[in-house]
Design a protein around this ligand. Structure first.
Ligand SMILES: Nc1nc2c(c(=O)[nH]1)N[C@H]1C(S)=C(S)[C@@H](COP(=O)(O)O)O[C@H]1N2
Ligand SMILES: [Mo]
Length: 530
C-alpha cells in the first residue's frame, strides 16, 4: 500500500493531525487491544480452553535461555510469572497504542494488526498439545472481531472526519463525550471479559476435585500420634498443610487438568505399554507415606522444602506391569504442560519396605485429600530422596522408560543430571533477631530423604556441639523436628545447627550455592540476647 494510493480514510494528512488527536488515537488502540484480549479471555474461559495470553507466556518461557530463567527465579522467585504476565500485557498495550496511531491514517492495516495479534495467540496455543485448535481459533477470532469493532468506533470518535468539528474545538463537547463513553465502555469490556474468563475457568475443576473420594490405602503412613510433633511456637509442623506447602513450577498458570479427560501412559522401553484413566488408577492398590520434598533451588535455611503424607500407587507396580526392558536406564515423567523430569530406573523399581519407606509413588493424594491443583492434580510423581526438578513431575501425563541420552527440563538449563537431596538442617526458632535472656528453645527441622535423620546438634558461637531432642521418626524419607533448650546469655550470638543422617554421615560444612546440584553448608543465625 502506498501513501498516494488512496486518500486517508478518517483523518486529514498526518502532519496536520493535532497531537491531542494522536494521543486519543493511542488510547483508542490500547483500549481496542484490551477489548480484544478481554473478549478472547471470556470466550476461552467459557470454552474451557487455555487463555491465549497464558499460551504466549508459556511459549516465551519455553524459549527462554536457561541462564535467564535461573536469573528470573533467583531474583523474582515466585513473582517471576506475574512479572512475565505484566510484561506481556505492557507490550500488548504498547503494540495497541501504536496500532491506534496507525489507524488514523491506515485503519485497515491497523485492523489487520489486531488480527495478526490474535493469530500469534493461536500459534502459541498450538505449540501445546493440550489446546483444542478449534477452541483457540474461536477465542482469538472473537477477540479479533471485538477488537477491530472497538478500534473502528474509537478511531472515528477520536478523530471525527470534519476537522472543523474536531473534538478539540467542538463547543458542544459532543465528540469528546462520545469518545469518553466509548473508551470507558471498552475498558469495561476488557477488564470484565478478562475477569469473567478467569472466573469461568477456575471453579468447575474445583468442584470436580472436591467430589473425589480417594480409596483407602492398603498400607498406611506411620501414624502421627497426637503430640508426636514437638510443641514449639514458630516451629514448622511435621506435615506442612497443603495450602502452605511450597510451590515451584514453570507453567505460567497452573494447568487445569480435568481427570475425566486425563490418562496416564506408561511407555518407552517397555514390553507392554499401557494407559490408565484416572478411575483405573484409583482402582489400583495405593500406599501412603511421609516424604519430604525439596527444591534444588532452596538456599541453606530457605523455605523451598516441605513434608507431606502422600498417597499413591507404587511406581514399581506400574513398571512391573509394563515390563521394563534391559536397555532402559532413565524414567522420565512427562507433564501435560510439557515439563519433564528424569531419574534412574533403579529408584523406580526399588520396592518400599514398609510404612516408613514407601518407595517412588504416582501420588494422587496429599495429606488426606486429592492432590491440590497447584501440587499436580490429578497425579504426580514423588520419588523419595531426589530434588523435585529430577523427579516430582506434577500433572503427570506419561511415564516413559528411556536412557540418559534424553534430558529432563532443567538439565540443559544448567542443573545437574542427578539430584539426590543433600542432608540439611534449618533453624526455625528463634524467628526474630532479638530474644530475651534466659531459657529459650532453639528449634528447627532436618531432612535427608531416603537416609533418615539420626541426630541434630546445635552450637552457640564456637562452643561445643550439643545434642538436640528429635521428634518421633515418620520414616527415612521424612524430615524430623528438633529442639534444644538454650540458656541464653546477654550479648550477640551465632547459633548453628547440623544434622547426621541415618548412615551416620554428618552434613557437609562445604558452602555451595543451589546450582548445579543443591546448596550445602550449615544454617546459622545471628541473635541478640537482650
Ligand atoms: N509439571 C511440573 N512439575 C514439576 C515442576 C514444574 O515446573 N512443572 N517443578 C518441579 C520442581 S523444580 C519441584 S521442586 C517440585 C515442587 O513441587 P510442589 O510445587 O508440589 O512443592 O515439583 C516439580 N514438578
Ligand atoms: Mo525445584
Amino acid at each position: 500500500m502506498s501513501a498516494q494510493a488512496a486518500p486517508a480514510p478518517v483523518a486529514p494528512p498526518r502532519r496536520s493531525v493535532p497531537e491531542a488527536v494522536r494521543r486519543r488515537a493511542s488510547v483508542a488502540g490500547l483500549l481496542a487491544t484490551a477489548v480484544a484480549l478481554g473478549v478472547a479471555e471470556l470466550v476461552a474461559g467459557a470454552l474451557g480452553t487455555r487463555s491465549l495470553v497464558v499460551a504466549i507466556g508459556d511459549a516465551v518461557i519455553d524459549r527462554t535461555p536457561g541462564w535467564l530463567e535461573r536469573f528470573a527465579i533467583s531474583t523474582l522467585g515466585t513473582a517471576d510469572k506475574p512479572v512475565l504476565l505484566a510484561g506481556i500485557l505492557v507490550l500488548a498495550g504498547l503494540f495497541g497504542a501504536g496500532l491506534g496511531r496507525l489507524a488514523l491514517t491506515r485503519l485497515p492495516l491497523a485492523c489487520a494488526g489486531l488480527v495478526a495479534f490474535g493469530a500469534l495467540g493461536v500459534a502459541a496455543s498450538l505449540t501445546d498439545a493440550r489446546t483444542d485448535p478449534a477452541e483457540a481459533v474461536a477465542a482469538a477470532a472473537a477477540g479479533a472481531v471485538a477488537g477491530v469493532s472497538a478500534l473502528v468506533l474509537l478511531t472515528r470518535a477520536a478523530a471525527p472526519a470534519a476537522p472543523a468539528r474536531s473534538i478539540d474545538n467542538d463547543p458542544t463537547l459532543f465528540a469528546r463525550r462520545r469518545f469518553l463513553a466509548l473508551a470507558s465502555a471498552s475498558a469495561a469490556v476488557g477488564v470484565l471479559g478478562a475477569a469473567g474468563g478467569r472466573l469461568l475457568a477456575a471453579p468447575r475443576l474445583n468442584r470436580v476435585r472436591e467430589a473425589i473420594t480417594l480409596p483407602r490405602p492398603t498400607a498406611t503412613a506411620v501414624p502421627l500420634a497426637p503430640g508426636a510433633g514437638l510443641d514449639v511456637e514458630g516451629l514448622t509442623p511435621l506435615r506442612v498443610p497443603n495450602a502452605e506447602f511450597y510451590r515451584i513450577d514453570t507453567a505460567l498458570l497452573v494447568p487445569e487438568v480435568d481427570p475425566g479427560g486425563w490418562s496416564l501412559e506408561v511407555r518407552g522401553l517397555v514390553d507392554r505399554p499401557f494407559t490408565l484413566t484416572y478411575d483405573e488408577l484409583l482402582e489400583l492398590a495405593t500406599v501412603e507415606g511421609d516424604v519430604t520434598l525439596a527444591c534444588v533451588s532452596n538456599e541453606v535455611g530457605g523455605g523451598l522444602v516441605g513434608n507431606a503424607r502422600w498417597q499413591g500407587v507404587p511406581l514399581r507396580d506400574l513398571l512391573e506391569r509394563a515390563g521394563v526392558q534391559p536397555g532402559a536406564t532413565q524414567i522420565i515423567g512427562r507433564s501435560v504442560d510439557g515439563f519433564t523430569a528424569g531419574f534412574p530406573v533403579e529408584l523406580g523399581l526399588r520396592p518400599g519396605t514398609g510404612p516408613g519407606d514407601v518407595g517412588a509413588l504416582v501420588a494422587v493424594g496429599m495429606n488426606g485429600e486429592p492432590l491440590p491443583q497447584v501440587h499436580g492434580f490429578p497425579a504426580r510423581l514423588v520419588v523419595p530422596g531426589l530434588y523435585g526438578y529430577v523427579s516430582a513431575t506434577k500433572w503427570l501425563s506419561a511415564i516413559e522408560l528411556t536412557t540418559f541420552d534424553e534430558e529432563g527440563y532443567w538439565i540443559p538449563r544448567g542443573w545437574s543430571r542427578k539430584g539426590p537431596v543433600k542432608t540439611q538442617t534449618r533453624i526455625d526458632v528463634p524467628r526474630t533477631g532479638t530474644v530475651p535472656a534466659g531459657r529459650q528453645p532453639v528449634a528447627g527441622v532436618a531432612w535427608a530423604p531416603s537416609r533418615g535423620i539420626e541426630r541434630v546438634e546445635v552450637r552457640v558461637d564456637d562452643g561445643p556441639w550439643q545434642e538436640a531432642r528429635l521428634s518421633d521418626s515418620l520414616g527415612v524419607d521424612a524430615w524430623r523436628q528438633w529442639v534444644w533448650e538454650w540458656d541464653a546469655a546477654p550479648g550477640a550470638h551465632t547459633i548453628t545447627a547440623r544434622a547426621t543422617d541415618g548412615t551416620g554421615e554428618v552434613q557437609t560444612t562445604r558452602v555451595a550455592p543451589p546450582a548445579p546440584d543443591g546448596a550445602s553448608g550449615l544454617h546459622s543465625l545471628r541473635v541478640v540476647v537482650a
